[in-house]
Design a protein around this ligand. Structure first.
Ligand code: FAD
Length: 374
């Protein structure tokens, strides 16, 4: 049985979707999985991101969003406790979120966030725990165990996994319309993020500009999200740097760095961790989050000329957080269009942990890295 699926978009959403398709359709020897993208890592939106797990930048967090987030959390957490963690850049970190500044509460956050039941080690901070943040004078806060993914490493490894399967092909190009693909594919998965504004003619998708600074601050080993008198700041450690943020500027298409934003980020983050005042060098980066007014669009469309398109875009500031969960739902939709024979599906279940079924590390033939000096 031949099946030609084209994923348009090679960001975190496109690649996690491609892996999930490959897993669930592994019994199709004639599967052709093509990933077409104008940009691949290290030039995608998530390469700029801090790869931090927490639903953020979405208008509402509904039951669907929580399901996607919870599944993704579980995948990342099990990857952290696997041989993948080092190469794929997956860190388990404690994350502190502090609401209110200088004793002034925004009045919204004395309740637990809706995602509190999805994560491990969640607790609201008591007065004693809050007192270490007295310099910020927050009025409430919580702590949880979560994940920060170094997305550049993660996408690199995921792409290596996909690339070693002869049924998968990568094409580096921009398309102007889905009609270009009509003769080449049975089904399209649209993972184009902000590109969906033009490709799917969806003007509810717009940029939420984010500027961050990657700095060397090796003493920081936890995440801090906090309010200041100038806005919300965050400090997120990665494998080899710390991400300081940030901005969330709706409808701003500017991909150039802005000096006043850089200064503001440094000022805000130094209010939380004053040692950051001494930081004078860093890599300033900008990305455009694919914000969508009604949240993520994840649904099937049959176009007037008979094309089957499954849309999955509009993840705003949560693309990493929702990635594997959305990918799973995309494939559930594909299964309603191209059913998998049950017995064939179970043949592909190998008893491996779920994350290993989704993608596996591909060994490097050259093991010289083992000889490098310690
Ligand atoms: C500063 C910043 C910090 C962030 N921090 C976090 C965080 O900590 N945690 C988190 O979960 N999320 C975070 N995000 C959000 C996250 O990065 C995005 O939600 C996510 O990257 C979106 O993934 P995507 O694959 O949909 O989009 P993209 O990465 O933009 O991928 C879309 C792909 O489609 C391709 N494409 C588009 N149009 C076309 C076309 N016409 N033809 C061919 N290809 C096309 C593009 O080239 C691109 O490769 C952050 C974002 C920013 C900017």
């Amino acid at each position: 049985m031949s099946l030609r699926i084209t994923v348009v978009g090679g960001g975190i959403i496109g690649l996690t979707t491609a892996c999930t398709i490959l897993k669930d359709y592994s019994s199709y020897p004639q599967l052709q999985l093509v990933i077409i993208s104008e940009r691949f890592s290290p030039d995608t939106t998530a390469d700029v991101s801090a790869g931090y797990w927490e639903p953020y930048g979405l208008e509402t967090i509904d039951e669907r969003t929580l399901r996607w987030a919870g599944y993704t959390y579980d995948v990342f957490m099990s990857e952290f406790f696997s041989t993948k963690a080092a190469r794929a850049g997956i860190m388990k970190v404690p994350a502190y979120t502090l609401y209110g500044y200088n004793g002034q509460n925004k009045g919204k956050n004395t309740l637990k966030p809706t995602f509190s039941t999805l994560v491990r080690h969640f607790r609201m901070l008591d007065e004693c725990e809050m007192s270490i943040f007295d310099h910020l004078k927050p009025t409430s806060g919580f702590v949880m165990s979560t994940i920060a993914v170094e997305v550049r490493c993660y996408l690199h490894e995921v792409r290596r996994f996909l690339g070693q399967d002869p049924r998968v092909k990568f094409i580096h190009k921009r398309i102007s319309s889905f009609q270009e693909l009509t003769d080449q594919t049975d089904l399209i998965v649209n993972c184009t993020g902000l590109g969906a504004r033009q490709l799917a003619n969806d003007h509810t998708v717009r940029p939420a500009r984010g500027q961050i600074i990657r700095v060397q601050a090796p003493w920081i080993k936890a995440v801090y999200n906090f309010d200041t008198d100038e806005g919300e700041g965050y400090i997120i450690p990665q494998m080899n740097c710390v991400v300081l943020g940030g901005t969330f500027q709706l409808n701003d298409w500017n991909t150039a760095t802005v000096k006043s934003d850089t200064k503001k980020i440094l000022r805000m983050c130094s209010k939380c961790l004053p040692a950051l005042e001494q930081i004078h060098h860093g890599k300033v980066q900008v990305g455009l989050r694919p914000y969508r007014d009604d949240g993520v669009r994840l649904e099937h469309e049959k176009t007037s000329d008979g094309m089957d398109i499954v849309h999955c875009y509009g993840h705003s500031g949560s693309g990493v957080t929702l990635s594997w969960g959305c990918a799973r739902d995309v494939v559930e939709i594909i299964k309603t269009l191209v059913p998998i024979v049950e017995s064939e599906q179970s043949k592909s279940e190998t008893g491996m942990p779920l994350h290993e079924q989704l993608w596996r590390l591909v060994e490097y033939k050259n093991t010289n890295h083992l000889r490098s000096k310690v």
